[in-house]
Write a protein that binds this ligand. Structure first.
Ligand code: ZN
Length: 129
């Protein structure tokens, strides 16, 4: 497994496609799977459009509306970030073909920060078939 770190803003989607592509390019898996796992409970990882930056801005706004302002019990005060983390999920899997990450034309991989600024980790595991 390989890992890299990120310094994140308060809340935001950070495009990590380039870092993941580098790991796949330097790995020895020609055909298989790339799993990207975020070991955090107030962050996530997802795939979405990386052409128009308004898409991730809209996604953050929509997630903000989806998670209501309740009287949460968790004393750390970041329950909305925990809920968003579970909604988005903490891992994704992308196919590898001929040593390259197989993403659609408009797809990018995003680290989703819901409780920053923090230093975060991303774990990447390549599995050959
Ligand atoms: Zn917490």
């Amino acid at each position: 497994m390989q890992q890299f770190s990120l310094n994140t803003p308060a809340e935001g989607f950070i495009d990590i496609t380039g870092q993941v592509r580098k790991i796949v390019a330097s790995g020895n898996v020609q055909n298989g799977l790339c799993q990207i796992f975020v070991p955090h409970t107030t962050a996530g990882v997802t795939i979405n459009e990386n052409a128009d930056p308004d898409v991730v801005t809209d996604m953050l706004a929509a997630l903000g509306k989806m998670v209501p302002d309740l009287h949460y019990r968790h004393s750390e005060g970041n329950s909305p970030a925990h809920v968003k983390s579970s909604l988005v999920g903490c891992s994704i899997t992308v196919p590898i073909s001929e040593g390259r990450l197989c993403l659609g034309t408009w797809q990018g991989i995003y680290f989703c920060e819901f409780d920053g600024p923090r230093t975060r980790k991303v774990w990447v595991q390549l599995v050959g078939s």
